[in-house]
Write a protein that binds this ligand. Structure first.
Ligand code: CAO
Length: 439
């Protein structure tokens, strides 16, 4: 049985580092098969096999610093030399030495400067498959640095070799896709969605049109809602609370001469805020956020509730703090003042931070049901529609009751269906008999 040692060919006088090893002991290799990648200060090169056979021993490891002539591995069995001369001088032919050309270096320098953590390219599928693709060491090195899986790229070079231009095009298009996730040109975004391009239509061909700029609030809200809708698996649970008694109490309170003098009134929203605060204490997962890595729940020990307010410039969500510690009238005053400031454009960023859960009440306007979009990083939101008199069966006959339609959207990663239904049932019971708020 013949054996043969393969050596590092002439790479100059400096030591080079072993960056990658493509083969293992026991592998049957063929002539010209890539063995290792070495990098020095000025060169990065792939070392192909000068002979084929079975690898009996590997004498280098990743990270080793080696010089010209160092042994790389030992072959045994039926060794096939690339040429007779290889027996004597195992030096790789110049064509196999893939030292970066000036053109390659210039092209790679043009790649956008992006750290791999900010890169829109998935880091999960990086490198593993790259040993099986045909690319120069320089391209491999750049792929490593940019976190690109080379197996995703179709090479445009001879025999499908991936050349630096391919890498450049791939990175540019990946960045472009990340930027263009908004409607209009979206194709593939960081969340992995494969979407058709947005239809480009010249509407004026069908009749007169007018263009209006979206307000700053419209644009910011739109971007947030889009992200939340796309990234959170929403479930919307419907419900309906009998607020007949609540409404009688509310009317009676609002008609008190003392309260009328103060000029503040109770609306259903104030009761709903208190009922939600109570329900959040009973169902702590609704008062949580997912950690950024999605591995933990952050449970909040405070109850700050956002309320969606319709303003002339668009939707804003100020936060009412410590709702669970406020009385009905105090809360009514806070809600009235907050919505006035919101409509006057006087809210500060701090007024809109720290919310645990949001209530979007369209009850003063109308409608029967809708799908509220969760206000990330919160995990649930309650939509409230207009209360209507409806016939309810009391076991003997239908009687008119004032029914309040509720729509609860929750993040299904955090809350399961049964818990969603229990939360809704609890809310309905709290609103149907507000004495329960005291329990
Ligand atoms: N059913 C029936 N009537 C209701 C009701 C309901 N669910 N909710 C409120 N009302 C009544 C109020 O009682 C009041 O009537 P009275 O004066 O006769 O008592 C009237 O509707 C107006 O209430 P309001 O809207 O002034 O007060 P509110 O406390 O209910 O709501 C606020 C305050 C700021 C939430 C609300 O004005 C608002 O902006 N809502 C819009 C929220 C929104 O746009 N959500 C959508 C988000 S997604 O795009």
């Amino acid at each position: 049985m013949s054996t043969q040692t393969l050596y590092l060919p002439n790479v100059g006088s400096d030591a080079v580092e072993v960056m990658q090893i493509f083969v293992a002991v026991g592998d049957q290799i063929v002539v010209e098969q890539p063995l290792i990648v070495v990098e020095g200060d000025k060169v990065s090169m792939e070392i192909p096999a000068a002979a084929g056979g079975c690898i009996q021993d590997l004498t280098v490891q990743v990270g080793d610093k080696i010089r010209t002539g160092a042994a790389i591995l030992q072959l045994s069995g039926d060794v096939q030399a690339v040429a007779a001369e290889a027996e004597k001088a195992p030096v790789v032919a110049p064509a196999s030495l893939t030292v970066a050309t000036e053109k390659e270096v210039a092209l790679v320098a043009e790649l956008p400067v992006t750290s791999t953590t900010e890169s829109p390219i998935s880091m999960e599928a990086v490198i593993d498959n790259s040993a099986y693709v045909y690319a120069s060491p320089l391209v491999r090195r750049m792929a490593r640095e940019f976190g690109i899986d080379l197996s995703r790229i179709i090479g445009s070079g001879p025999k499908g070799r991936i050349v630096p231009e391919d890498l450049q095009i791939y990175v540019k298009s990946a960045l472009q896709r990340a930027v263009n996730i908004t409607p209009g040109v979206s194709t593939e975004g960081p969340s992995g969605l494969q979407l058709l391009p947005w239809p480009q239509v010249d509407f004026s061909q069908f009749g007169d049109v007018e263009r209006q700029d979206l307000s700053r609030i419209n644009r910011a809200t739109g971007a947030n809602l889009h992200r939340n809708w796309v990234q959170i698996p929403h479930v919307t649970q419907g419900g309906s609370a009998d607020i007949t008694e609540l409404e009688a109490f509310r009317q009676q309170q609002n008609n008190e001469p003392e309260q009328q003098k103060l000029g503040i009134k109770l609306t259903p929203l104030v009761f709903i805020l208190l009922a939600v605060a109570k329900a959040l204490q009973r169902f702590p997962r609704f008062n949580s956020s997912l950690s950024t890595d999605g591995q933990q729940l952050i449970l909040k020990k405070y109850v700050h509730l956002g309320i969606a307010v319709d303003t002339p410039n668009g939707l804003v969500v100020p936060v009412i703090r410590d709702v669970d510690q406020q009385g009905l009238w105090q809360l009514a005053q806070t809600v009235a003042q907050t919505s006035q400031r919101a409509r006057a454009g006087q809210l500060t960023p701090a007024d809109m931070q720290g919310g645990c859960f949001t209530i979007s009440s369209l009850g003063g306007i109308g409608g029967t049901t809708f799908t509220p979009i969760i206000n990330a990083p919160e995990v649930a939101i309650l939509g409230v529609s207009k209360a209507m008199q409806q016939p309810q069966w009391n076991g003997q006959q239908f009687i008119p009751r004032l029914m309040l339609p509720l729509s609860l959207s929750y993040d299904h990663r955090v809350i399961d269906g049964a818990e969603g239904a229990r939360f809704m049932t609890t809310l309905e019971r709290l609103l149907a008999d507000t004495r329960r708020l005291l329990l």
